[in-house]
Design a protein around this ligand. Structure first.
Ligand SMILES: [Zn+2]
Length: 276
């Protein structure tokens, strides 16, 4: 019962927040393609022979970071919402009370309000079984980044120790190179922005690990703050709207990511909207 966009009270998004975050690999990166080739047992995932990090992988990591940190948000910022539903299992909107209210809500608008009131903060932003995500991540292309093949030690699953005689190798992207993580949020309110800022904070501290073998320390990335930007696109503004839909959003002035993080952290002025 995913809510189609045409069921929501707003037919068109009124704004987009676009983020282009430059991140540096602090340790080697391995995202397995899943099939061996003639050169290695475990090549990295590529697109057009260049390494790629799928947007869905990054979205999962951002969701997980926002979710785990959402519990530190003061309840006043959450209103009547839960921070996240991952602790009570099943996800939002799976309980009998909600399903009964859903059946009783006959109009699209009633259902939109029902979902908006019953979803946890994390599902409102990242989506759930019955709610479209407000955030969209793009694939990161790691074009021309240096990579090589490394020898590995196969681990015996039973004993957890190195297996004698089992050699294998895997491909890595070298550390100390950087790439860009890009995503957009549509119609973000202050709570959505706060959840995004928490995930960016996680990245800023170098706590995010991408890809496989992260338990061995691979895939650690850290935000390169000076090279990371935020663009707020007002789609009610004719020029910005046309630039956006023509794919020229880079023509719209970018602000340093620190401006975004500071704007989220600051107290609202008197009379300013406080959030939801
Ligand atoms: Zn939820």
């Amino acid at each position: 019962m995913t809510v189609p966009k045409d069921m929501t009270p707003k037919d068109q998004p009124t704004c987009r927040d676009r983020f282009d975050l430059r991140v540096e690999l602090l340790t080697p990166l391995h995202i397995g393609a899943g099939v061996e080739n003639s050169e290695t047992d475990s090549p990295i995932l590529t697109s057009g022979n260049q390494p790629v990090v799928p947007g869905s992988t990054i979205k999962g990591l951002f969701r997980s970071a926002s979710e785990s940190l959402a519990h530190v948000i003061p309840q006043a910022s959450l209103g009547s919402l839960k921070a996240s539903c991952h602790l009570n299992g099943g996800g939002c909107g799976q309980d009998d009370d909600f399903k009964k209210k859903w059946r009783q809500s006959v109009t699209a608008e009633c259902r939109w309000h029902l979902l908006n009131e019953h979803l946890c903060a994390t599902c409102r932003l990242y989506g759930s079984a019955n709610w479209s995500s407000k955030i969209r991540f793009f694939d990161s292309h790691l074009d021309d980044m240096k990579r090589s093949i490394r020898d590995g030690v196969a681990i015996d699953r039973e004993s957890g120790t190195a297996s004698d005689g089992l050699k294998y190798d895997y491909e890595i992207v070298h550390p100390h190179q950087s790439f860009t993580i890009s995503f957009e949020v549509h119609d973000a309110d202050n709570l959505d922005k706060l959840l995004v800022a928490l995930a960016i904070g996680y990245l800023r501290r170098g706590h995010m690990r991408i890809g496989g073998m992260t338990s061995r320390g691979l895939g650690t990335v850290r935000l390169v703050e000076d090279c990371s930007t935020w663009r707020h696109l007002d789609l009610a503004d004719r020029n910005q709207s046309i630039a956006y839909f023509l794919g020229d959003e880079k023509e719209i002035k970018a602000s340093p990511i620190s401006d975004f993080l500071q704007s989220v952290g600051r107290e609202p002025e008197n009379g300013e909207e406080t959030g939801r």
